[in-house]
Design a protein around this ligand. Structure first.
Ligand code: SF4
Length: 105
């Protein structure tokens, strides 16, 4: 499948928006703070409001790279890049429990 811009790599993203929430990596788990989305995430649609210009307009946005797909322990197992790396046999990240925390701190 090819993404809207014809880019195979970007087409791997399922547009779930999970990586656009604040996360805390602890010893054996990753806590996703579901009450702390990126300012540019539309939480109704889970889509980025500034997708095309996100790296220019939001300095906190980080590109998904091959190394992250392979090694980033904070990505959820349902992430399209994690699944892709697993299918390729190149996912080596430490396995962490994922906790989705709802509600205010
Ligand atoms: S967690 Fe993975 S699949 Fe979901 S939006 Fe982020 S990069 Fe895409």
């Amino acid at each position: 499948m090819i993404g809207s811009n014809g880019n195979y790599w970007e087409s791997l993203c399922k547009r779930c928006g999970l990586c656009c929430y604040s996360k805390t990596v602890e010893e054996d788990r990753v806590v996703y703070h579901m009450d702390m989305p990126c300012r540019d995430l539309d939480t109704d649609t889970s889509r980025c409001r500034i997708y095309e210009t996100r790296f220019k307009d939001n300095p906190t946005c980080r590109k998904m790279t091959l190394l992250k797909a392979m090694l980033a322990p904070y990505l959820p197992p349902s992430c399209g890049y994690v699944e892709w790396a697993q299918r390729k046999g190149i996912r080596f990240a430490r396995k962490l429990r994922i906790v989705y925390l709802h509600g205010h701190r």
